[in-house]
Design a protein around this ligand. Structure first.
Ligand code: S3P
Length: 176
């Protein structure tokens, strides 16, 4: 099946889609945040606190460089991964990049109750959260949209629906 990178904002569904895609395509699934957590034996939020974002982005870059050699893999990345260092080009040069796209409103609904696990969202009110998502998307979209495949997940309301929609994604993959 080759090497596929899932990119997109927090709450886009990268991990859920990645796991399901891996199952359906008999590939190995990797989640870069999880790899980092296991290597450092710390949650991402704790690493952000201990090291700061600059060092976190360097760690993230090293993981992308390393994982870009793995075979037959589906790789879910962190929301910021494609937007720092040259990660988007590393991914584009070494595999198929799939952008899981969703509107700020959809992302807000999915992230509203998930703030604590995510260091960039932790102390935000709901209004600040929606603003943060909208502004970050404006900055990040130019990286995300370099993906070879763009897959919109706005109409997918539950995890179950997301899983059902994987067949449409596989059709898209087979058509490129
Ligand atoms: C981040 C997204 C997170 C994680 C870190 C930073 C970002 O990953 O890498 O909290 O900059 O958007 P998820 O997109 O998997 O939540």
């Amino acid at each position: 099946m080759g090497r596929f990178f899932l990119i997109g904002f927090m709450g886009a569904g990268k991990t859920t889609v990645g796991q399901e895609l891996a199952k359906k395509t008999n590939s190995q699934f990797y989640d870069t945040d999880l790899i980092i957590e296991q290597r450092f034996n710390k949650k991402i939020a704790q690493l952000f606190d201990d090291l700061g974002e600059v060092d976190f982005r360097l760690i993230e870059k090293n993981i992308i460089d390393e994982i870009s050699n793995f075979q037959n893999v589906i790789i879910s990345t962190g929301g910021g991964t494609p937007c720092f260092h040259d990660n988007i080009y590393t991914m584009l040069n070494n595999g198929i990049v799939i952008y899981l796209e969703a509107s700020p409103e959809t992302l807000f609904k999915r992230l509203e109750n998930e703030k604590l696990n995510r260091p960039l969202l932790r102390n935000k009110s709901n209004k600040e959260l929606l603003n943060f998502i909208s502004h970050s998307l404006i900055n990040r979209r130019k990286f995300y949209e370099k993906a070879q495949i763009i897959f919109n997940t706005d109409d997918i309301l539950t995890k179950e629906e997301l899983i059902l929609d994987i067949d449409n994604l596989i059709t898209k993959i087979n058509n490129i």
